[in-house]
Ligand binder design. Structure first.
Ligand code: NAP
Length: 276
């Protein structure tokens, strides 16, 4: 039987998942397809029902359905609950399981640096879904403390272990930057026309030389923030690595086995080609 997988969103033409997942399926020589399905909000229950009925073996879920799909799942796993959004649907025994592979994806993207990051201070820019995933990863790193910078500090109050600072409070932000072992840029600000102003307002000079910086934005791949940090000789990780790793984690769930390095290499190549 051909394994049928898809990503559902509206619009969907921009999605990079088909390129990555098709490269993976080809490398694994599986009898499987991965489609991009444009699904309007009113059609979402139908495709989730098709998954429950066995017409699909797995789905990725992207904008605007990541939150709405929570209520259509029979079971929602912890990472999806913490983030408040589902990006992966699996089916087991006729039940639809919603999960979110962003925590695993971000954790895997920084894994080479885990020994130096363990027990350190983590600074997260932004207070949306990606920031919640980053806070979950910080806890897995046994972070000594976590600071979230947000425009509206009330939005950062999702976790009692987190201290919130306003982007407007430059002195407090600089103090947090000075202690950071890891800086996670989890706003969408480095992808838009305001990226230069956003980055110029950050106290990057306060970062210690050992700080590792990741920008979760992947379009563009080399953001202005990463350029500015590379100019300061800091180690940087671009957002494509998290995207590859969250995709590999979704595929691993659907196949029920781990994804080897040659397959993630193929996903990475396909993603980088698609972004060129
Ligand atoms: P989201 O839930 O919409 O949150 C966006 C966050 O960015 C909010 O906290 C928002 O603040 C903040 N923000 C936007 N513009 C800002 C600005 N100019 N200054 C300060 N804060 C600003 O989105 P998300 O799902 O967290 O995603 C955030 C980014 O991460 C997106 O670009 C997304 O593509 C990327 N991402 C990448 C991966 C990956 O695999 N690499 C995975 C997930 C997400 P307000 O609440 O004040 O508006």
């Amino acid at each position: 039987m051909t394994l049928r997988l898809a990503v559902v969103g509206h619009p969907i033409a921009h999605s990079l998942s088909p390129a990555m997942q098709t490269a993976a399926l080809r490398t694994l020589r599986l009898d499987a397809t991965y489609e991009a399905r444009d699904v309007e909000p009113r059609e979402l229950p139908t495709i989730v029902g098709e998954l429950r009925d066995g017409r699909w073996q797995g789905l990725n879920v992207t904008l605007p359905h990541k939150v709405a799909v929570l209520s259509l799942c029979d079971h929602v796993e912890d990472d999806a609950r913490v983030i408040g959004a589902v990006n992966t649907l699996c089916v087991a025994g006729g039940s639809v399981i919603g999960t979110n592979t962003d925590v695993l994806g971000l954790h895997a993207s920084i894994a080479p640096y885990e020994p130096v990051l363990r027990g350190g201070h983590v600074v997260i820019l932004g207070a949306g879904g990606a920031a919640r995933a980053a806070a979950a990863v910080a806890r897995r790193l046994d972070a000594s403390s976590i600071t979230i910078a947000a425009r509206d500090v009330d939005k950062a109050a999702f976790d009692p272990f987190v201290s919130a600072v306003s982007f407007a409070d430059r002195a407090a932000l600089a103090a947090a930057f000075a202690r950071a072992s890891l800086l996670v840029q989890a706003t969408s600000a480095t992808m838009g026309p305001g990226a230069d102003a956003f980055v110029d307002a950050l106290p990057l000079d306060a970062l210690a030389p050992r700080t590792i910086v990741t920008d979760l934005v992947y379009r563009p791949r080399h953001t202005r923030l990463l350029d500015a940090c590379e100019a300061r000789d800091l180690v940087t990780i671009d957002g494509t690595e998290m995207l590859v790793q969250q995709g590999a984690a979704s595929l691993s769930r659907w196949l029920g086995r781990s994804i080897d390095a040659s397959t993630t290499d193929a996903m990475r190549r396909a993603l980088h080609d698609a972004l060129r």
